[in-house]
Design a protein around this ligand. Structure first.
Ligand code: NCD
Length: 421
């Protein structure tokens, strides 16, 4: 008689139509088919079961920025949105620009995060690229090729040098490609004009030109159809839910809750972005929380960035229920593709896969910011249809269920340059 599995998800409908019981042992899937005894069994007949998301672009803040977010609140937000792995961006205060800063960030996340995590290295003119790689950085960036909140832009020469060094490590460079014009940043329309779609496209081309080394490039948060197509020719492409679901026309002109870099575009550009769906490799949230008070400053002073880790998969699943996109695409772009690009073991339904899942009902509800977990306390997606998970499994343990969290065993995913001492 075999010893019981820790968890069995019974009657899981897999993409393609097969229904299987998924057995989990020691944090990974041990069998997909019929099932035996288990410590815990969940019947998933009425549920959509997805490999949990890897959100490869989140700003978890912390430290002096804890009023916006920290690992505790940000990781709750991730889990409650069906993401069990987040990749933290290095534009923290202080930035993650030295091995010591990276070690400290890992320690902070280990102490407070409820979800698994990875930490990227910042890319500045003097980043010790090799040192960051051996300290455990998962990837490099977002590399600011235009200034944004808490990030200064690199020059073309600096980017060229950095890409050469990152390539020598065999690492991935993730790039924030934008062009910023001078002018008065007084409302969402001028913000869109100053950080224009045409400028983003030119920036993609400029980054490509700087990559004579042939480094693996990942273009963060591409905001238009043309940028997606151009970026896809030069690397992997990430798009955010806010550029897919929001346009500046949906906000009052000076409402900084919709201020983000790259900016929300027009309704027409938003619709056109969906036409590039097949060329998008990864959906990531660019979860960039700021406090409501900061967002209420005069528009030009309000920080750019909007929260989204908790609403990312839920908004996509509502689009699946509306038959706008396929469930297979959501799994591919939110979980499989980011894991492959970053070298994180995949979550899935085959033996050996990481047993991270999110279990969703088959109906949508309007986003209600009061029910979300980010400390920032607002959501620009308020009112949009979304499907939130009922339960989330991390490493084979149920860590979120009906609004309650429990501390499981989150993992740190270090990059391939790391060797544990
Ligand atoms: C981000 C932030 O607030 O950290 N802001 C944003 O508008 N996206 C920085 C960034 O990703 O550009």
């Amino acid at each position: 008689m075999p010893s019981p599995c820790s968890l069995i998800l019974r009657n899981v409908s897999l993409v393609g139509g097969r229904v299987a019981d998924i057995s989990v042992r020691e944090g990974v899937v041990s069998h997909a088919g019929a099932s035996g005894p288990a410590d815990r069994t969940i019947d998933c007949s009425d549920l959509l079961v997805l490999p949990a998301a890897v959100d490869m672009h989140v700003h978890m803040r912390g430290g002096t920025q804890s009023a916006k977010e920290d690992w505790e609140s940000g990781s709750r937000s991730a889990l409650a949105g069906g993401a069990t792995v987040v990749v933290d961006q290095p534009n923290t205060i202080p930035p993650i620009s030295s091995p010591d800063a990276l070690h400290a960030r890992v320690y902070e996340a280990r102490s407070h995060s409820l979800c698994s995590f990875a930490i990227n290295s910042s890319v500045t003119f003097d980043t010790p690229v090799k040192g960051m790689w051996s300290a455990g950085a998962l990837a490099f960036g977002e590399t600011f090729f235009a200034p944004s909140s808490y990030g200064e832009a690199l020059s073309e020469g600096e980017l060229r040098t950095a890409l050469r060094e990152i390539h020598a490590c065999g690492a991935l460079a993730t790039v924030h490609a934008e062009e910023v014009a001078d002018g008065n940043d007084t409302d969402l329309v001028s913000h869109d004009r100053l950080r224009s779609a045409a400028g983003e496209l030119r920036a993609v081309e400029a980054v490509r030109q700087c990559n004579s080394a042939g480094c693996r490039l990942h273009f963060c948060h591409m905001s238009t159809n043309a940028s997606v197509i151009a970026a896809a020719a030069a690397g992997s492409v990430e798009v955010t839910p806010h550029h897919l679901f929001l346009s500046h026309e949906q906000f009052e002109p000076t409402d900084a809750l919709g201020k983000v870099n790259p900016p929300l575009r027009s309704e027409k550009e938003r619709r056109d972005l969906w036409a590039a769906w097949d060329a998008i490799d990864v959906i990531a949230s660019d979860h960039a929380p700021h406090t409501r008070a900061e967002k209420q400053a005069p528009f030009r002073d309000a920080p750019a960035g909007i929260p989204g880790v908790e609403t990312m998969v839920p908004l996509l699943l509502a689009a699946v229920l509306e038959k706008k996109i396929s469930l297979a695409d959501v799994i591919r772009k939110s979980s499989q593709a980011p894991a492959e690009l970053l070298g994180i073991p995949p979550a899935g339904f085959s033996p050996g896969d990481r047993a991270d899942f999110a279990l969703y009902p088959r109906s949508a509800l309007p986003v209600d910011p009061d029910t979300l977990h980010s400390r920032c306390g607002f959501s620009p997606f308020e009112g949009l249809p979304a499907v939130f998970p009922r339960a989330v499994v991390l490493g084979g343990e149920v860590v979120y269920e009906e609004g309650e969290f429990s501390r499981g065993s989150p993992a740190w995913f270090a990059g391939k340059g790391f060797f544990p001492r």
